[in-house]
Structure formats: structure tokens, C-alpha cells
Design a protein around this ligand. Structure first.
Ligand code: ADE
Length: 230
């Protein structure tokens, strides 16, 4: 699957998207991520991508013509008509695990537009397929939201994670139990330094070696977490 992110700040995304698990997936050719600088589609010598708002008011507005030119070129490179254009905006539809699963099932390459500054010309909404928000808060730009979408989608693609890691994971909408069971590792007993909590221990059952009992305990804990009122 190929992801293209249209942004004014490709350098913000570069370390995150090329590090760790996503970096390995890129090296192995499972995913491709292209960071595209919107300024590359500006036509004047100042490389302007925005302008003052009609009707007055503060700030600058990203121009529809610049974004449209960028999309036309990216679409012709990214599997032609098989790409889907997503605008990241706080007004968009809430991005959830179900959305990530759906985007994987759709199997279309994604072009993600990260808006910035005051906003974008309203007509940009007419030239995208979908608007997504990563939550009910306003960030300074769409870069982090675009990275969130790429990360959540990419990790579901075959070959990105070890299949075991996805098997009974938190938030999978394919199961009625949506939260993971608690995990523990060494040390077996630990007393936190700065809190008066006393000794924190690992449940004995996890050290019992009885795999059936352990599986039953984990299932029960996951159920309790899933159904516990917030
Ligand atoms: N741009 C700014 N805030 C955002 C959010 N919460 N989701 C998506 N895009 C955004």
C-alpha cells in the first residue's frame, strides 16, 4: 500500500514515519510513504500556497488551485484512479479502529492532505473523497493526524507486524472483547520509588505454567476491562 502525504512541513513527519516498525516496513517494501511538499506545486517565484481570506479576517488560507494541481499529479502517480484522497480536519468524521480496518479492506492507496495555518479554501472539500478527524480537539496542523492514520492503517497490513501481535488486540472491532488483558514482565515484585504503594506483584496464575488457566484468566480480565464503566 502506498501513502502520499501532502504537507507544508515534510521534515516534521520524516523521522516518525521512517523510524521503528514503519521504517522497517518501508525497507521491506510492504508500504511506501511519499512526503510531498505542497510548495512544489506553487507557480510563482515566492512559492506561495496560501492567500488572504475573501471578506477579510486574520490569517491565510491554503489555495484550492495549488492543492488541486498537487492531487492531479499525485493521483496519476499513485495507481491512477485507485487512490483515495483524505483531508485531515477537526471537522471530519471521527477516525476509529473501524475506519482503519475499512481503509485496509478498500485496498486503495491513500493521499492524505495535512492542512495548516487558518485553514484551507472551502472548495478543497469538493475535491477530496473523505474528511477525517483524529479527535475532538484542534491541533496546529494535520501532520500528526496524517501520521496517526498512516500508522493505524499500516500496522494492519500483512507483513508489517508479527501476526501474533494482532491476534487478540485492543480495539479490534472484529471481536466483542475490545480491550487487552493485563501484561506483566520481570521483576516479579516491585516497590515504586516515589509512591507509598508498597510492593506490586505479578498475579501467581501467570507463573503457574498452566496455559489453560492462564488463557481463561486473560479472557476474563479482558472482559472485565471491556465492560468496566469509565
Ligand atoms: N487538524 C487539526 N486538528 C485536527 C484533528 N483533531 N484531526 C484532524 N485534523 C486536524
Amino acid at each position: 500500500m502506498k501513502f502520499a502525504i501532502l504537507t507544508l512541513f515534510p521534515e516534521m513527519l520524516e523521522p516518525f514515519l521512517h523510524g521503528s516498525i514503519l521504517g522497517r516496513a518501508i525497507e521491506q517494501g510492504v508500504i511506501e510513504i511519499e512526503l510531498c511538499n505542497l510548495r512544489d506545486w506553487a507557480t510563482d517565484k515566492h512559492k506561495s500556497v496560501d492567500d488572504t481570506p475573501y471578506g477579510g479576517g486574520p490569517g491565510m488560507v491554503l489555495r484550492v488551485d495549488v492543492i488541486d494541481r498537487a492531487l492531479a499529479e499525485l493521483k496519476s502517480k499513485v495507481k491512477g484512479q485507485r487512490s483515495k484522497v483524505i483531508l485531515l480536519t477537526p471537522q471530519g468524521q471521527q477516525f476509529t479502529q473501524a475506519t482503519a480496518e475499512q481503509l485496509v479492506t478498500d485496498d486503495r492507496d491513500l493521499i492524505l492532505i495535512a492542512g495548516h495555518y487558518e485553514g484551507f479554501d472551502e472548495r478543497v472539500r469538493s475535491i477530496v473523497d473523505r474528511e477525517l478527524s483524529i479527535g475532538d480537539y484542534v491541533l496546529t496542523g494535520g501532520e500528526l493526524p496524517a501520521a496517526v492514520v498512516v500508522d493505524a492503517v499500516a500496522r494492519l497490513l500483512p507483513g508489517v507486524l508479527n501476526p501474533e501481535s494482532l491476534k487478540d488486540e485492543s480495539f479490534s472491532t472484529k471481536s466483542s472483547i475490545t480491550l487487552e488483558y493485563p501484561h506483566y514482565t520481570r521483576p516479579d515484585s516491585y516497590t515504586p520509588i516515589s509512591q507509598q504503594l508498597g510492593e506490586l506483584t505479578v498475579p501467581d496464575i501467570l507463573k503457574s505454567g498452566d496455559h489453560q488457566k492462564i488463557a481463561a484468566w486473560r479472557l476474563n480480565e479482558a472482559r472485565k476491562r471491556t465492560h468496566k464503566p469509565l
